[in-house]
Write a protein that binds this ligand. Structure first.
Ligand SMILES: Cc1cc2nc3c(=O)[nH]c(=O)nc-3n(C[C@H](O)[C@H](O)[C@H](O)COP(=O)(O)O)c2cc1C
Length: 190
């Protein structure tokens, strides 16, 4: 069982990173092989809608997204973490998600499995927002659920915390990190 974590925050060691680390620790604790990719350390250009992927299902842009496609193909479980930035996922996460348009082409135009081999894949979404407002996570959830659907990744749940703003504030939450560890264990057991 291979678990891929994708850290979408530009703030390293921040709240979503702390939660993601716990999920990955929980998964490893149940015997999974885990790997985390930090998007802010990679060069991933936004999709240019050049239609270069239309005939092949392969993006023509040569950048670090190549490695992300490979990791997505190898993963049995995906844990995507992104704080709320202007009510949505971060620019780093959105660039990666939009580049999955090539996988949309594979699935819906070329009628191929979007991630190559067909196997049971499940995904978890982690998010944190500084404010406490209604529907804080709805836009990000819609984007992430759309990604998972395109990639044939079953939506296995979410860890969402509002009112968490300062770097590291999530560690003061009474049980967020514990919840994350348990979610990581469950993700590989289910
Ligand atoms: C560019 C930017 C936009 C943000 N927009 C929102 C927002 O729309 N709603 C909100 O509740 N918090 C917003 N925040 C606050 C972050 O969600 C919050 O600080 C969060 O804890 C950051 O998580 P991290 O430490 O994992 O990066 C924003 C922060 C930044 C830097």
């Amino acid at each position: 069982m291979r678990v891929l974590g994708i850290a979408g925050s530009p703030r390293q060691g921040g709240n979503t990173d702390l939660l993601l680390n716990e999920v990955m620790r929980g998964a490893a604790n149940r015997g999974a092989e885990v790997k985390t990719i930090i998007l802010s350390q990679l060069k991933i250009a936004p999709c240019q809608h050049c239609d270069g992927c239309l005939e092949t299902g392969r993006c023509k842009v040569e950048d670090d997204m190549r490695m992300v496609y490979e990791e997505l193909e190898r993963a049995d479980r995906l844990v995507l973490a992104s704080p709320v930035h202007f009510m949505g996922v971060t620019a780093q996460a959105k660039a990666m998600i939009d580049r999955c348009q090539a996988l949309w082409v594979r699935k819906y135009i070329l009628k191929l499995p979007p991630l190559g081999s067909e196997r049971e894949r499940k995904g978890l979404f982690i998010s944190v927002g500084g404010r406490k407002v209604a529907n804080l996570f709805q836009p990000a959830l819609a984007t992430v659920k759309s990604l998972f659907k395109v990639l044939d990744i079953a939506y296995a749940g979410e860890l969402l915390f509002s009112g968490i703003d300062e770097k590291g504030a999530i560690a003061k939450h009474p049980d967020a990190l514990r919840q994350a560890f348990l979610a990581g264990q469950r993700l590989v057991e289910e």
